[in-house]
Design a protein around this ligand. Sequence first.
Ligand SMILES: *Cc1c(COP(=O)(O)O)cnc(C)c1O
Ligand SMILES: [Zn+2]
Length: 454
Amino acid sequence: MQSKCKANAKCKVQNEKYHLRCLECGKTIPDRYTNTCPEGHDSLLRTAYERKRIRKISGKGMFNYIDWLPVEEALSINASPITYKSEDFGKELGLKNLYISFSGYWQEKSVFMKTCTFKEIEAPPTFLRAKERASGKILVVASAGNTSRAFAEVASMTGMPVVAIVPKSCIHRMWTTTENHDCIFLISVDGDYSDAIAISKEIVKIEALGLIEEGGARNVARRDGMGVVELEAAFFMKVLPDYYFQAVGSGTGAIAAWETFIRLIEDGRFGRAMPKIVISQNLPFAPMFSAWQDGRAEIIADKDMRNAEEAIKKMYADVLSTRNPPYSVKGGVYDMLGSSNGRIYGITNEECRIAEKLFESEEGIDLDPAASVVCASLIKAVDEGFVKKDAKILLNITGGGYKRLREDYKMYEIEERMELNPCSSVQLPLDEIERGVKEFESTELLASRRVVNV
Ligand SMILES: *Cc1c(COP(=O)(O)O)cnc(C)c1O
Ligand SMILES: [Zn+2]
């Protein structure tokens, strides 16, 4: 607590557990589920926590790191990533200090994320932040599938409702390990990820509904939730890595890593050098890779996303097909790469397959296609001599373990409640959407009282 502010009412915000800060104007902003600077700056907001030395408490999964999560309470969800030191994959690449962060389902390693990706650590703090800071409005989440699945799983486990909007081609990713899907209003869109986002923006505008846009990369709860990967790694490794590797679509996870490293450096116990952040995209759709290669801070659609639709269809890891990543925004991917002396790789499908095979046979767990991209980028960086063989490397395996999960659980497909076609009609059937969601709200608001808190 900052004593000099005690008598000053304006400083009340500083007595909270955290506040938000705009990186452009530096203003301190109290959190009312605020995702953009009230002054209109094109900057990410960043959380500033009162507690500079983080504690790791026990028995609460990812909420062991609640000091650096923008929430007051914890959910009784035991999802959390783990870190371990790789023996076999590391040896194969000649690396002496390869650490793997694994988000997914892997019993032997005691990691139980039942939607098998690190999106599952974005969802719980986001739900809680909405409950605490947006008076429990219903979240609307648009995604290529993995995000919406994670939100759906947490919704069905806690009773907190969600409206999920997913491209039709990704609907196969919408399942949970729980049978009851009463809390999930699933809308499929005959279009791609960007169409799903556009529709979600229209739907939250329907005033008669108490909906709130989840916020994507601009939502601090999502970023700080993913920061748990780096926190878990820091407590395991006792020191920050020299290099951090991750496959990116939006880059939100990598921005989160950077922000968490900044906090850990401030903490003081884990070393003072910022890790080099090495990100990777899957060719042929790799807009940030293309812009960065060209030395640009902006993505130019005509140059970096030519034939986007075709390119996305060709991707091995199409969950990485974000068309509007937070690249140029202040505090975004461009800034992150620059300030961490980072690098970005473009990875072909063939390189993905080779890397995936090697990783799976050496480490003994199946990968999400996006995680194959990061494995390939590490192989490339080692081949190029970019990483030294004795460097400490943190490889973020952002998803995997689907095969194991299938052995232990039944997967229940989520049925869509509505199908929208943004191309065929100029006008969305907003009346129909309003009616549908209203009916859902009236039943689900009751259910939301069932929230399980620790
Ligand atoms: C979403 C996702 C990514 C990319 O994360 P971003 O934060 O969008 O860059 C990587 N791997 C998996 C498994 C994902 O689901
Ligand atoms: Zn500002």
